[in-house]
Write a protein that binds this ligand. Structure first.
Ligand code: SF4
Length: 242
């Protein structure tokens, strides 16, 4: 495991226990395991992937794994609605999280993204076509939501959203997936804008200062081309009533 991935483990949103709607205790423990692993690596001056892979072993042996393993199918159990979800989650309690239907597939989240043609066949419309009407009372456009989240970042810093290869975004992802980052990002960070070269094509434009740190893009991007790193200066959303 590269050191950057190890440090990201501290903030890994997969630490949420969905059945308890809690994740801070697991995130803290994950951070402690990451710190122990780095401490040992530092003592040996060995930051190789095999040395840092100790984190995974520590995680597997910890109570975090035992706790989260039991809730691994919790969300999937609600795919059929509230009633089937309640029945399935009760079964999961009796079966150590196994349940009997709607088990979570052994796939990463980004591998479950639908391609444009699959999306069209399933929903009868292109990705991104808006079907929800905002009432500006309880539901707002994304930029208003960002304003209400109190998000602030130190402006003079490198982007904390690192795009490995813009060509993948501007060509391959456009054709295959219709640039879903524009739609799953809740903060309007990703926009496809006209390429000023006059080619008539679109290119990806980022507004990282809008980011509310949900990390969806890092998890869901089908090409795994977006890397979320911790921004400088302790910035981010401020949810005073949470
Ligand atoms: S983490 Fe990614 S998806 Fe979430 S708000 Fe920031 S840029 Fe958007």
């Amino acid at each position: 495991m590269p050191a950057s991935a190890l440090s990201a483990a501290i903030f890994f949103p997969g630490m949420l226990n969905p059945s308890r709607l809690k994740g801070i205790h697991t995130a803290i423990k994950s951070g402690m395991l990451a710190a122990e692993t780095l401490f040992e690596a530092h003592k040996k001056n060995d930051f190789s992937p095999s040395s840092l892979a100790e984190y995974q072993k520590r995680y597997d042996a910890s109570w975090i794994h035992a706790e989260l393993y039991k809730s691994r199918n919790f969300h999937a159990g609600f795919e059929g609605g509230l009633l089937s979800g309640l029945i399935n989650s009760s079964l999961q309690i009796l079966t150590g999280g196994r349940g009997f239907f709607n088990r979570r597939p052994h796939k990463a989240d980004h591998e479950m993204m639908l391609r444009r043609d699959e999306y069209l066949a399933k929903y009868g419309r292109e990705p991104g076509v808006k079907t929800v009407k905002l009432d500006n009372r309880y539901t707002f456009d994304k930029v208003t939501d960002v304003y209400k989240s109190g998000t602030k970042h130190e402006e003079h810093q490198p982007s904390h959203l690192v795009i490995a290869d813009y060509d993948i975004c501007n060509r391959r992802c456009t054709e295959e997936y219709g640039n879903p980052c524009q739609y799953f990002c809740p903060a309007d960070v990703y926009n496809m804008v006209d390429d000023e070269s006059g080619s008539g094509k679109k290119k990806l434009q980022l507004t990282p200062s809008n980011c509310v740190h949900c990390k969806t893009c890092d998890i869901k991007d089908p090409s795994q081309n977006i890397h979320w790193v911790v921004p400088e200066g302790g910035g981010g959303p401020s949810y005073p009533n949470m």
